[in-house]
Design a protein around this ligand. Structure first.
Ligand SMILES: [Zn+2]
Length: 215
């Protein structure tokens, strides 16, 4: 069975289940009211709904390359899909938690690491969209010469992936309505890191300044 046929086969099973599932059908009649927003990578192995066992309507999800949050920029000249989603989640949906979910083996972060030393991307260069996007977390790839000579690329990437989520968390707090909701204690923000090989999830502990395994 090819991948597209497999999708359709899965859909047919979904339809059979959907016809019998009264909870899901009720959800279709209501407005969505998720209390959780998750900003995750587009990586096909990282799915917060599967990872947490969440149901339909429970998580407002944004996927982008390397789960980044850009800095707040009022009336910017670019298109801000992720910023628009954050605005909608906080102002309209009034979510109670926003989670930035990084992960191991992130292709976006790998691009940042391998091309970090290069000058400004040429307009005709490969990754003409990915490279400027990844500049949001450029500092995450700052390693000393000795770190680069001692540590292998996988270890540097694991550090970089966590640092990038910390930068995105910082950027998230810079959105004025996020800041307001946090001040009122109606919104809490988190950074997670999912290790695909072990299936272990970590959460950033701001007081300790490090990621810790969730047990
Ligand atoms: Zn990724």
């Amino acid at each position: 069975m090819d991948s597209y046929t497999k999708l359709l086969d899965g859909y047919h099973k979904f339809r059979q289940k959907y016809q019998q599932d009264t909870v899901w059908r009720q959800r279709a009649k209501d407005k969505q009211s998720p209390e959780i927003m998750i900003i995750a990578c587009s990586d096909s192995r990282v799915n917060p709904v599967i990872l947490t066992g969440a149901g339909l309507g429970e998580i407002f999800v944004v996927n982008n390359i390397a789960n980044l949050v850009p800095p707040y920029k009022k009336y910017g000249n670019s298109y801000h899909g992720t910023s628009a989603a954050i605005e909608y989640a906080v102002i309209q949906l009034r979510v109670r938690h926003i989670i930035i979910m990084g992960h191991s083996g992130c292709g976006g972060i790998r691009t940042l690491l391998t091309e970090h030393e290069e000058p400004e991307p040429r307009p005709d260069a490969h990754y003409s969209f990915i490279r400027p996007w990844m500049k949001i977390v450029n500092e995450a790839a700052d390693f000393t010469t000795s770190e680069k000579s001692v540590l292998d690329t996988d270890i540097l990437a694991a550090v970089c992936e966590r640092r990038a989520s910390m930068i995105s968390l910082h950027n998230l707090k810079g959105f004025p309505w996020v800041e307001d909701a946090m001040r009122q204690n109606s919104l809490h923000v988190h950074a997670w890191y999912f290790d695909i090989a072990s299936g272990v999830l970590e959460e950033y502990d701001e007081a300790a300044g490090q990621f810790q395994k969730l047990v």
